[in-house]
Write a protein that binds this ligand. Structure first.
Ligand SMILES: Nc1nc2c(ncn2[C@@H]2O[C@H](COP(=O)(O)OP(=O)(O)OP(=O)(O)O)[C@@H](O)[C@H]2O)c(=O)[nH]1
Ligand SMILES: [Mg+2]
Length: 279
């Protein structure tokens, strides 16, 4: 299954980020902890260059925390510049303190420089990440107000937006962006599962079949537990067994594969299959 999604607003957004990064002290790189390594976008490496990075493992409340140590090891290999990692649930209050502390650590060079000059200026940070990773929710969490628009679909934020967080920190929210060509098919599938690719460009049946395969490889019991059935056979046979277990077979015996596919994807996206991190 070939997956690709790179609408025009993403090209523009990457250009804007390329310009704005010159004026910021720290980059806040938001990853969805349900599939954090698939969220790494080579386009962002070019933008970040040597800026200090705070890697935010967001949606940690939905992730499998037993895999996070391995994720952190992989991230250490990926980031070349100075970086810190923080785990966050941006929908719960309380993330603020530890995040602001880390931003200050990464921006301390600038604070010191300004103090020496007798100046008191902001640390400026730019948020970046793939669509739907929770960037705007994260920014809202930090400022304690719904200053940016959020929504559970990719492509909600369309332009850049500066937000004052405190007397010391300003953050730039940006639109979620992917790369022009998602050449790694496994990562592309994972991005589709977590809702970072518009469902409009996806074949929902093929995606559900792929999701069943990928989940069972890493979490053999997740689907059996959710649907209360011992699944066996091909993924299509499994979809049929799920349909039967959910009473979703018509009197004539036919199965609405679209409906079941959407249900399975939705169950994954809403954590009804349990806390999962796909690597
Ligand atoms: N459970 C959980 N949900 C989250 C978290 N952060 C964000 N969300 C949800 O994820 C969805 C996407 O959030 P947004 O903040 O709009 O994501 P975004 O990265 O700004 O998306 P774009 O602007 O489209 O790139 C929303 O439904 C949020 O409520 C989190 O830490 N945990
Ligand atoms: Mg947004």
């Amino acid at each position: 299954m070939k997956i690709n999604w790179f609408p025009g607003h993403m090209t523009r957004a990457l250009r804007v980020m390329q310009v704005e990064v010159k004026n910021v002290d720290v980059v806040l790189y938001i990853l969805d902890a349900r599939s954090p390594l698939a969220c790494l976008n080579p386009e962002f490496d070019k933008i970040i260059a040597n800026k200090p990075v705070l890697v935010v493992l967001n949606k940690i409340d939905m992730a499998d925390t037993s895999k996070i140590a391995a994720v952190k090891e992989s991230l250490k290999l990926h980031f070349k510049s100075k970086f810190q990692i923080v785990e966050v649930n941006s929908t719960a209050s309380g993330a603020v303190k530890k995040v602001l502390e880390k931003i200050k650590i990464l921006g301390e060079e600038k604070i010191l420089k300004n103090k020496n000059k007798g100046l008191n200026t902001y640390i400026k940070a730019m948020v970046l990440g793939i669509p739907n990773s929770g960037k705007s929710t994260f920014v809202n969490n930090l400022c304690g107000k719904a200053k940016t628009q959020t929504g559970n679909r990719p492509g909600v934020t369309k332009g850049k937006q500066w937000v004052n967080i405190s007397r010391e920190i300003q953050i730039l929210d940006t639109p979620g962006t992917l790369q022009p060509n998602l050449s790694d098919e496994k990562s592309a599938r994972f991005l589709a599962y977590i809702g970072s690719i518009s469902d409009k460009v996806l074949d929902i049946n093929e995606l559900a079949v792929a999701l069943i395969r990928d989940i069972e490889l890493q979490y053999p019991n997740a689907l059996n537990l959710r649907y209360n059935v011992e699944l066996s056979g091909t993924p299509y046979e499994k979809i049929k067994q799920i349909a039967i277990s959910k009473n979703l077979v018509t009197k004539g015996g036919s199965i609405d594969y679209d409906r079941i596919s959407i249900m399975i994807l939705d169950d994954f996206r809403k954590r009804r299959l349990g806390n999962i991190t796909l690597l």
